[in-house]
Design a binder for this molecule. Structure first.
Ligand code: HEC
Ligand code: HEC
Ligand code: HEC
Ligand code: HEC
Ligand code: HEC
Ligand code: HEC
Ligand code: HEC
Ligand code: HEC
Length: 496
């Protein structure tokens, strides 16, 4: 474990810009693992592996330290897992749904996901512990398909939804040179025609041991096939998502459905540790558009007169997000959050000197609507973004965007509804409390939802997001407290 810690620090240093070539896979193969999703197989995961990337709020980093990750050592950490589930309460159950009891078209309530069990000893309900293991609800097909690639966006071939513009989406209209036949310059998927095997993806992306993590990087066919996309028995998608003329000079054109010129010509990591990615100015084997011709030759086989030539469409190197200063904000707060990442700005060398390309940001709501945001203080590794004050509560994805649509991977952001009591009307011992952010009620011990008066628990007659009717019995005045899954609120009910 200690060894892995040191290796992880090594990886952090590399990303942070203190890289030394001796820590990198230079020359490839395998390729470095500085950017993108770690290359590997993720279809035989245990719950701890999910936690590694999606830290549930009740786990501490110390809990994570005991996880034996034997598949890969990823550094993608989307976060805020509990809140993202709870933000679904009172929204429409999606179709298909992974909830054990939810009915598509109806609204999520606590029992869409949770089970309660009667406890005869305490004479009350307990929440069954079905929620600890992600795989109780989210499915993978062991050794065939991973959780993420069985989701609706993946099955709809919206790969950018999670991978960002490191790849293109099939059918989105991006440029593929279909009008001309392949030449010696056209990259092969494997078996490059250059003198040393240059001219193919697997000239660099091939199996080998990653110098930084000590992990075995699989071959490209294993990385793709193991997602389950287009594999038999998984869904209606088939091999033609990636193959139409396998083994021929044309084969790469189908790959270009996702690896179009505009995306492959914008993949680049920092090599010299100055923190800035400079298109055309990085050492070879840290990406695709470092100091030519070495990188260009890897794909183009040495058949392109590449000395100093810029690659078409290159410039706005694909930005990548690694963290947000907070992933959960109260609604209405207009909070400024610091976004960390890689290549949030980069440089291109022009005839007039170096020019900087900066990211802006965008927020995508759960219904798919997108809001453009301004980013300030943009550096390669951080930028500040102020959220609009009028964001509706719910789940959002925040992304960095360069140019029109060169977008990063998403980071989840939860906008929490404010919990507030507006009015309390008493009718004998029965109180009607109106306000907002009450969410829903689950009648179980430690459900995180309750109402009390002067510290005595009231019994709930009805409970929705804006109104609770409860019987507080003999406690008719004092401090009234509502605890909801989104937070708590209190008010004083006078005793006269
Ligand atoms: C290598 C890191 C990694 C691992 C391991 C991982 N995830 Fe994810 N997961 C991500 C990223 C990145 C996203 C996309 C961003 C997001 O939604 O937070 C994501 C998204 C998801 C989503 C949302 C899918 C959608 O429709 O948008 C679910 C559900 C999910 N993961 C479940 C799981 C489960 C269950 C496991 C364990 C079997 C797991 N993840 C393991 C990185 C990981
Ligand atoms: C969309 C599914 C979903 C819905 C709806 C949902 N929950 Fe949860 N809940 C979860 C998951 C998943 C976890 C565990 C996440 C984790 O591991 O941190 C969880 C965790 C919890 C926990 C344990 C929290 C902790 O820190 O240990 C409580 C209590 C809880 N939920 C109560 C509720 C109540 C009350 C409601 C209704 C108001 C509700 N949940 C609605 C999925 C859901
Ligand atoms: C009790 C069932 C249950 C468990 C356990 C569970 N989930 Fe979920 N999860 C859901 C449901 C239901 C949804 C909403 C989508 C749907 O209806 O399929 C969801 C949605 C998500 C999303 C997308 C949230 C968004 O932004 O809209 C992520 C990410 C996710 N789950 C990850 C996890 C991870 C990681 C774990 C383990 C810590 C986990 N889930 C455990 C039921 C569950
Ligand atoms: C819901 C988010 C999500 C969507 C949508 C998605 N992916 Fe992924 N992808 C991930 C995550 C997270 C990983 C790492 C864990 C895993 O494989 O489940 C990954 C890993 C991969 C890998 C292996 C890692 C690597 O770098 O070699 C490939 C290949 C891949 N995805 C291809 C695709 C393709 C093709 C699509 C579209 C058809 C797609 N993905 C859509 C989240 C997603
Ligand atoms: C000259 C060597 C070289 C060749 C040839 C090459 N790549 Fe890369 N590629 C790299 C390096 C280096 C990276 C950065 C890896 C990192 O640091 O994570 C990279 C990253 C990527 C990424 C980003 C995601 C990831 O997993 O890191 C994709 C996608 C990609 N390459 C696709 C391709 C495709 C498709 C081909 C063939 C058309 C290809 N590459 C050929 C060197 C190469
Ligand atoms: C998501 C993309 C994707 C899908 C879908 C896909 N493949 Fe592949 N496949 C690849 C990649 C990438 C390679 C590596 C190409 C190379 O190195 O030339 C590959 C290589 C292969 C190879 C040659 C390497 C080997 O494994 O011996 C065969 C055969 C193959 N695929 C068969 C299939 C079949 C059959 C299907 C459908 C059941 C399929 N593939 C679906 C991406 C895919
Ligand atoms: C449907 C979309 C799709 C198609 C088609 C596709 N890929 Fe990929 N490919 C991906 C995604 C997504 C990734 C992972 C990017 C990341 O790390 O975020 C990837 C990664 C790669 C990488 C980087 C190494 C790695 O495993 O991460 C190479 C090389 C690659 N693909 C080659 C190919 C080749 C060759 C073909 C055609 C045989 C092909 N791909 C077809 C989506 C696709
Ligand atoms: C990761 C692989 C990869 C790398 C590295 C790469 N390219 Fe390309 N490039 C491609 C692919 C794929 C095409 C499309 C070829 C086809 O389908 O005929 C392409 C096409 C081109 C074209 C023709 C564009 C057109 O309009 O058809 C030029 C010129 C070019 N690349 C120059 C460069 C230069 C210069 C570099 C180095 C700075 C470079 N490329 C690095 C993959 C790469």
């Amino acid at each position: 474990m200690f060894k892995r810690l040191i290796l992880n620090i090594g990886a952090l240093l590399l990303v942070g810009g203190m890289s030394t070539v001796s820590w990198a896979n230079v020359p490839a193969p395998p390729v470095n693992q500085n950017i993108g999703i770690p290359d590997g197989v993720f279809n035989n995961l245990a719950r701890e592996n999910c936690w590694y990337c999606h830290i549930p709020s009740r786990l501490t980093p110390a809990d994570l330290a005991v996880i034996d990750w034997s598949f890969a050592a990823p550094d993608v950490k989307p976060g805020v897992i509990t809140d993202r589930h709870h933000a679904r309460v009172d929204t429409v159950v999606q179709d298909p749904t992974q909830s054990p009891n939810g009915v598509p078209g109806e609204l999520y309530d606590c029992l869409s996901c949770h089970f309660v069990e009667w406890n005869p000893v305490t004479f009350s309900y307990d929440i069954a512990q079905n929620f600890i293991d992600c795989l109780n609800c989210h499915t993978q097909v062991v050794n065939q398909a991973s959780v993420h690639h069985l989701t609706a966006p993946a099955q709809a071939l919206n790969c950018q939804h999670c991978h960002g513009a490191r790849i293109d989406n099939p059918g989105d209209g991006h440029y593929i040179p279909t009008g001309r036949p392949p030449t010696l310059v056209t990259p092969r998927t494997s078996d490059g025609k250059g003198t040393n095997g240059e001219g193919a993806c697997d000239f660099c992306h091939n199996t080998g041991i990653d110098a930084v993590s000590g992990r075995v990087i699989p071959t490209n066919d294993v990385n793709h096939h193991s997602t389950g996309i287009g594999q038999p028995g998984i869904s209606a998608l088939d091999c033609t998502v990636c193959h139409d003329q396998m083994g021929t000079d044309w084969a790469i054109r189908r790959c270009e459905d996702c690896h179009g010129i505009n995306s492959v010509h914008n993949i680049q990591a920092d090599s010299n540790g100055d923190g800035v990615v400079t298109v055309g100015g990085e050492d070879p084997f840290f990406g695709h558009i470092g100091s030519s011709p070495a990188d260009c030759n890897g794909c183009h086989g040495g058949y392109i007169g590449a000395g100093g030539m810029p690659a078409p469409f290159s410039g706005p190197v694909v930005p990548e997000l690694t963290g947000l200063s907070t992933q959960s904000v109260p609604a209405g707060s207009a909070e400024t959050i610091t976004v960390s990442g890689i290549s949030l700005s980069n440089e291109i060398l022009t005839f007039f000197g170096a020019m900087e390309v900066d990211s802006t940001a965008s927020l995508t709501a759960a219904d798919g609507t997108t809001i453009a945001l301004t980013a300030v203080d943009v550096t390669p590794s951080t930028m500040n973004v102020t959220l609009p004050a009028d964001l509706a509560p719910g789940n959002y994805y925040l992304r960095a965007v360069k140019g029109l649509n060169n977008m990063s991977n998403p980071m989840a952001l939860v906008v929490q509804p404010p919990v507030a009591i507006d009015q309390v009307v008493a009718d004998g011992s029965v109180l009607t409390i109106s306000g907002n952010g009450f969410g829903a009620y689950l009648d179980a011990i430690d459900s995180g939802t309750s109402i009390s008066m002067a510290a005595a628990t009231c019994s709930v007659n009805s409970w929705n997001d804006s109104e609770i009717v409860a019987d507080c019995g003999a406690s008719t005045c004092g401090s009234l407290e509502v605890e909801s899954i989104f937070g708590s609120a209190s008010t004083d009910v006078s005793c006269n």
